[in-house]
Design a protein around this ligand. Structure first.
Ligand SMILES: [Zn+2]
Length: 534
């Protein structure tokens, strides 16, 4: 039992609407016991009390990223970081350098599909640069990759493969695969031949990654998978020390899952360690607009995005109900308007009392019409959104792949954070790392500006959907707690709640988005334990 702790700072934002301004948080063990101003503070001070004075700083509830893939992401982010790698020629040069370095496989991630031009993604265009070595580059949406000819040969991929879900090995004009692999089952044909990274190395990289996340103010995160090997890695980390942030894993239920697979995901619920646990089930009803694998009411400009990843939407509904009926929280990746509607209909099929037992959320929600916004509110369904995909991967002039495929009408309905909030829907924010960078300060700033915070030269995308700073902060705190069903223990600074805090060098409710993005994170507090970052 440690001595009581008082965290003091110039401002403490409890995010309780009716709470008076505060300047200290009192902590006993892993939970908050008091918060308030100078008059209240004396009651918590004794000879044993430790005091951490953060001077002019601002304390907010611990920031939570509501959608990311930190462990699976170690796999997704192996090799060259090709985020912003530039035009195709520049990517080819990087590949050639990597080949000269002698790596047995040329791996990369974060590649922008727009670099390939009208021909679309292909692995063959890297064959010369790769000099005969197998190449596997993941595109930035994490839903697709390009493999070079040598990699396809090593994996025995011929283009004749068939999939139980909407995955595809894209054929070229000559009938041979181009190396463009769409969706997880297609990518896995090649990915499983890449030599695995030893678990010791993965554990080391995970700690580095989570430490970097904590330095941006994150205290916890909702992990939208419990990918193979995750348990081994997190258990190894916890056998040596603490995870730098708390992780809540929702296992992925694959399209077309059998009853056995549903039972397995249900059996994992509440398993965990000190700073991680399994909670919820993650579904994917469609892919992405960029790949033409989203599920839209009307096909996109190339005639694609017309089908769900679950070949049988009725089977999806039944699988989702399996969890809803058991009171297990669900989260479904749904990007296209038809996909989102399908999820809402599946949730609506459960009696109101049954669906109220746990929060049910839709992830991404990239383009939806007005009646869908209203349906979220009516059903009490919550949204997990990444407006940072809009700011980092689309352009206001509509010249990018996402906007061109959707056309102006549907692109104008992109990432409707503001409309959902104003309809009364909880909107939790996240980065979807490794799809987009995880810095919580930058995601909040982008969400308010609707453009990359470091690019004042760019016009905002769908600027009427911008959140204000308070709403964006709520997306990382109170609303993040709501979408996980944790609103009685997390997301606010209130007696009885978890002692999870973020200490910032700027006041997010008084500074500009640019100032927040540049503000130092002095410390994060997790379960009452201070991690200083400066
Ligand atoms: Zn994701």
């Amino acid at each position: 039992m440690s001595a009581p702790l008082i965290i003091s700072a110039r401002r403490v934002h409890t995010l309780d609407a009716d709470a008076p301004p505060a300047s200290f948080v009192a902590i006993d063990g892993d939970h908050i016991v008091g918060v308030g101003g100078p008059e209240e503070r004396a009651a918590f001070e004794g000879p044993e009390t430790r005091i951490a004075d953060f001077g002019d700083a601002t304390v907010v509830p611990g920031l939570n990223d509501s959608h990311l893939h930190p462990v699976w992401g170690l796999e997704l982010a192996r090799g060259m970081d090709l985020t912003d790698a530039g035009p195709l020629e520049a990517v080819r040069r990087r590949v050639a350098e990597e080949a000269r370095r002698g790596a047995p496989w040329i791996l990369g991630w974060g590649l922008d599909p727009n670099v390939f031009g009208p021909e679309g993604p292909s692995g063959r265009v890297f064959d010369d640069a790769a000099g005969g070595r197998p190449l596997f580059l993941r595109l930035r949406d994490a839903h697709s990759a390009v493999a070079g000819t040598a990699a396809l040969e090593a994996a025995g991929v011929t283009g004749a493969e068939e999939f139980a879900d909407g995955s595809e090995v894209a054929p070229g004009a000559d009938g041979r695969p181009t190396g463009y692999l769409k969706e997880l089952s297609a990518m896995d044909l090649v990915a499983r031949h890449i030599p695995a990274e030893p678990v010791q190395e993965r554990a080391g990289r995970l700690v580095e990654l989570l430490t970097a996340m904590a330095r941006t103010g994150l205290v916890s995160a909702h992990v939208m998978d419990f990918a193979e090997g995750t348990r081994e890695v997190v258990e190894l980390v916890e056998s040596r020390g603490d995870l730098p942030i708390r992780l809540r894993f929702s296992p992925m239920v694959p399209p077309g899952a059998s009853l056995e697979e549903l039972r397995e995901a249900a059996a994992l619920q509440r398993r965990g360690g000190r700073r991680w646990h399994v909670e919820g089930a993650k579904f994917m009803i469609d892919g992405t607009v960029d790949n033409g694998t989203a599920w839209l009411e009307r096909p996109d400009a190339l005639g694609e995005s017309r089908a769900p990843l679950w070949r049988d939407p009725e089977a999806f509904r039944e699988a989702l109900r399996f969890f809803i009926d058991r009171g297990v929280p669900t989260a479904t990746h749904a990007i296209g308007d038809r996909a989102v509607r399908c999820v809402l209909e599946a949730i609506a099929s459960a009696p109101p009392k049954v669906r109220a037992r746990a929060p049910h959320r839709v992830e991404h929600v990239e383009t939806v019409p007005d009646d869908t916004v209203a349906a979220f509110a009516e059903l009490g369904v919550v949204a997990g959104m990444q407006p940072v995909h809009a700011t980092r991967q689309t352009c206001a002039d509509g010249s990018d792949n996402w906007s061109r495929r959707l056309g102006p009408e549907r692109a104008a309905r992109g990432w409707r954070c503001r409309d959902l909030r104003e309809a009364g829907v909880a909107v939790a924010l996240g980065s979807d790392w490794p799809v987009t960078p995880f810095d919580a300060r930058a995601v909040i700033a982008d969400t308010v500006l609707r453009r990359p915070v470091e690019r004042p030269d760019l016009a905002p995308v769908q600027p009427d959907q911008a959140l204000d700073m308070r709403m964006a902060l709520e997306g990382y705190t109170t609303h993040a707690a709501l979408v996980a069903g944790h609103e009685r223990v997390a997301g606010r600074i209130r007696p009885g709640y978890r002692a999870d805090l973020t200490v910032l060098g700027a006041d997010p409710l008084a500074c500009t988005p640019e100032e927040l993005a540049a503000a130092p994170v002095l410390a994060t507090v997790l379960d009452g334990r201070i991690q200083r970052h400066l």
